[in-house]
Design a binder for this molecule. Structure first.
Ligand SMILES: Nc1ncnc2c1ncn2[C@@H]1O[C@H](COP(=O)(O)OP(=O)(O)OP(=O)(O)O)[C@@H](O)[C@H]1O
Ligand SMILES: [Mg+2]
Length: 265
């Protein structure tokens, strides 16, 4: 079928100017990007290069100043209102008075899904993220890593065609972060979701991605697209393999070049 090869996300000449007290500020300039259906893409770049802004534009949280966004042949607005999106923010932002299960059921309530189906679907994704047995816990009774899993489950319960993740593992210690990377790879592989992740973490980008979009600052732009051809499923100890390290080096070098340029300005 021709749709199988059509890109899920196609951006053309996207730019973003913010109005500030001191005048317009260009956060993104001329971003063109095409992501394949079912792929895992990471936006990697230094702080302030516009990663979150770009993610928000694709997810129809922000409207770009220029350019076009096409998702499955729809506008971002049409795709969002068709319920095709799942969003995981940097902060898990769970409702503290609701159990893990209650938090995961929330988007289904908004969609008007009936009680029995809600419960069944929420339990299924909680199991997928490895939280069965903890569904009754309030957020205060969940560890940081568990709260992230609940946030991921809540995004997945609507069976999104695109899953947006903005630094979902920030604040976790190194070991938990790597464990969550393994979990996210497993969850993503078990669904047909196209994933778009924002991170600063080079190892996370290499471990998870098919494609890493390396971004630079002043104004935010795409430096290059780096493909990670490592076989899947990827295991944690493969992070020590020469092929993995070579990808890390290449990305680190691209980012360092960007930082040097910024300092030279
Ligand atoms: N609503 C806004 N109004 C004005 N400027 C903004 C707004 N949102 C973002 N910016 C600016 O746009 C630039 C890009 O911000 P953005 O949050 O997208 O960067 P980022 O790459 O996600 O950074 P970080 O890694 O620190 O999260 C920054 O200079 C930021 O200050
Ligand atoms: Mg950000």
């Amino acid at each position: 079928m021709s749709t199988a090869t059509a890109p899920t996300v196609a951006l053309e000449g996207v730019g973003m100017d913010f109005m500030t007290k001191t005048g317009p500020f260009t956060a993104l300039r001329d971003i063109s990007l095409s992501l394949a259906a079912g792929s895992f893409t990471t936006l990697l770049g230094p702080s302030g290069c516009g990663k979150s802004t770009l993610l928000r534009i694709i997810a129809d949280v922000l409207e770009p100043t220029s350019g076009t966004v096409d998702l499955f042949g729809m506008t971002a607005r049409q795709a969002r209102t068709s319920g095709l999106f799942g969003f995981v923010f940097q902060d898990p932002v769970l409702l503290p008075w609701r159990s893990a299960l209650g938090n995961v059921e929330l988007p289904l309530e908004s969609q008007g899904v009936g009680r029995a189906e809600r419960r069944e679907r929420a339990m299924a994704v909680l199991q997928l993220v490895g939280l069965d047995g903890f569904e009754g816990n309030l957020p205060s009774k969940l560890s940081g890593g568990m709260a992230r899993r609940v946030a991921i489950a809540r995004a997945l319960v609507v069976e999104p065609s695109i899953l947006f993740l903005d630094e979902p593992f920030n604040g976790l210690d190194e070991l938990r972060r790597r464990q969550m990377n393994v979990e996210l790879q497993r969850i993503w592989s078990a669904t047909d979701t196209t994933a778009v992740l924002v991170t600063h973490d080079v190892a996370e980008a290499v471990f998870l991605s098919d494609t890493v979009v390396v971004m630079g600052r002043n104004p935010g732009h795409v430096i290059t697209r780096h493909e990670i051809d490592l076989p899947r499923p990827r295991l944690l100890d493969e992070a020590l393999s020469p092929a993995f390290i070579a990808h890390e080096r290449a990305l680190t070098e691209l980012l360092a070049g960007e930082t040097r340029n910024a300092v030279d300005e």
